[in-house]
Design a protein around this ligand. Structure first.
Ligand code: ADP
Length: 485
């Protein structure tokens, strides 16, 4: 049964709302028109009534003149006005019945008849049938009834006006309430799903939700959800392809680096073995020992390469938390205590309240690599300065000469040394895996590559400033707080 119901839609709601308002206005206009028409009729009637009343007053005026001057012309005039009043009464009888009882109208008509027959309309050569006081009493009754009828009509018009005014007030109030209710209903239908959409999209971008879900069943909203979810699915697919090809590409780089790195010690071992085999009987013990030492050294080098690769590739859970930075850095320096030469000083400028939102172990690994590089660059004497500042990163901010996408509360960590610096031609390559300028067996070129990977994992940025002979400074920007979701 439910399937038979049409699917709700925003458009339908807007159209229904529009027609509802239009119907309300049309109904109110028709009612107002009817009321105005009725009022117009009543005012016409009131005009007739006042004419009737005026005619009655005229009758009385000529009646008074007649009794003052005994002029037949006055009686004739009075009779003319009586005829006028009777004419008005007969012509408007049906409308007058709306305000007066038939008995009342009959009484007035009867009075007019009597007044005319026995005074005003009597032949000019005959004296009135009634005495002056009787005529005056009749005339007085006529005026009293006419006045009452005119007054009733006036009151009717006034009450109609008051009713109309009341209707207008109620109508305006109801219209305002109705329009506000419709407006609110519509805005709820539109604004609520939009708000929900915003929170859902935020949750999706924060990785908390995979698909968009909104409660609204409106056709337009459902279409947006479907289109959005379809887009998400497509993006996921594309990202999977991309990640796969990126992984393959970096695996390729890595493998060629590893092959190259392993090739050197292996060919050294192989050469030493060949010499030993060829000249086994001829070489003296010292030379043989030297060969064997060579083999041992090169095996150790190969083992080191494999070990650091294993270290790097070992899967460990990446877990970030807020941590005060200073103790974390102090502990890292502690790991290196035995390796810091006497003439190398390590200075710390990190305020107590600066904190970082990071995986402690990985951040320490990155710092360790940077400090080790600085120690090696100083070659026995100099200064390493570790500093940090809390910053509020804005969109478009740069870190050193590189751009940085990190926005919001962050911390800038600087590891600087006053060593020989990095040659300009080496600078663009220092973060590449297996790039090293150190002697064979000393550097493997994975230190900065690992630092870079760790900073990336933290959604941070890294920049380097270095000039031959003027020291080196690595600047890292990391989030200081859990990213808002
Ligand atoms: P490795 O230390 O094994 O050589 P890294 O990736 O850590 O590998 O460093 C790559 C290269 O960057 C180093 O060989 C060195 O030339 C240069 N480098 C790194 N840090 C410094 C520094 N503090 N001062 C001078 N050169 C540095």
């Amino acid at each position: 049964m439910r399937r038979l119901l049409p699917q709700p839609s925003l458009r339908r709601k807007v159209v229904v709302g529009y027609y509802a308002v239009a119907a309300l206005v049309a109904a109110a206009s028709a009612f107002s028109f009817g009321e105005l028409k009725a009022l117009e009729d009543k005012m016409m009637l009131a005009e007739r009534m006042s004419e009737l009343f005026d005619a009655t007053l005229e009758v009385r005026r000529f009646e008074r003149n007649y009794f003052l001057h005994r002029q037949e012309a006055d009686r004739a005039e009075a009779s003319r006005y009586v005829a006028q009043a009777r004419g008005l009464l007969d012509a408007n009888r049906s409308v007058l019945l709306a305000v007066e009882t038939p008995a009342r109208l009959a009484e007035y008509r009867d009075l007019l008849e009597r007044y005319d027959a026995q005074f005003a309309g009597a032949a000019a050569d005959r004296a009135p049938a009634l005495s002056e006081p009787q005529v005056r009493a009749l005339g007085k009754d006529l005026v009293a009834i006419a006045e009452e009828m005119a007054g009733a009509e006036r009151r009717l018009v006034q009450s109609s006006l008051a009713r109309f005014r009341g209707f207008l007030v109620v109508f305006i109030g109801a219209s305002v309430a109705f329009i506000v209710a419709i407006g609110q209903g519509l805005s709820r239908s539109v604004a609520a799903p939009l708000k929900e959409l915003e929170t859902s999209v935020d949750a999706i971008s924060a990785g908390k939700r995979g698909r968009l879900y909104l409660r609204s069943r409106d056709r337009e909203v459902v279409a947006v959800i479907e289109a959005f979810n379809h887009m998400l699915k497509e993006l996921e697919l594309r990202q999977k392809h991309l990640t796969r090809s990126e992984k393959l590409a970096s695996l390729g780089t890595m493998l060629s680096g590893v092959a190259h790195e392993l090739n050197n010690p292996l060919s050294n071992i192989s050469t030493s073995c060949q010499i030993l085999l060829e000249e086994l009987g001829e070489l003296d013990a010292a030379a043989q020992k030297e060969m064997l030492d060579q083999i041992d050294q090169q095996t150790g080098r190969a083992r080191n390469i494999v070990r650091s690769l294993l270290d790097f590739t070992r899967e460990r859970e990446f877990r970030r938390e807020w941590a005060p930075l200073r103790p974390l850095v102090e502990q890292t320096i502690g790991f290196l205590r035995g390796e810091v030469p006497a003439k190398v000083s390590i200075k710390l400028d990190i305020p107590e309240d600066v904190g970082v939102f990071a995986d402690r172990q990985r951040l320490q690994q990155a710092l360790l690599n940077l400090i080790k590089n600085a120690l090696e660059a100083l070659g026995g004497q100099g200064e390493i300065a570790l500093s940090a500042r809390a910053v509020v990163a804005a969109e478009g901010d740069a870190l050193g000469d590189a751009s940085c996408d990190l926005v919001g509360s962050a911390v800038d960590i600087v590891v600087a040394d006053d060593g020989p610096g990095i040659a300009p031609e080496a600078l663009p390559r220092i973060f590449d895996p297996f790039f090293t300028t150190k002697d064979v067996g000393k550097g493997m070129g994975l230190g900065l590559f690992i630092v870079y990977e760790i900073v990336e994992q933290h959604e941070g940025c890294i920049a380097v400033e270095s000039k031959r002979g003027h020291g080196t400074a690595f600047r890292i920007r990391l989030p200081a707080e859990r990213p808002e979701t």
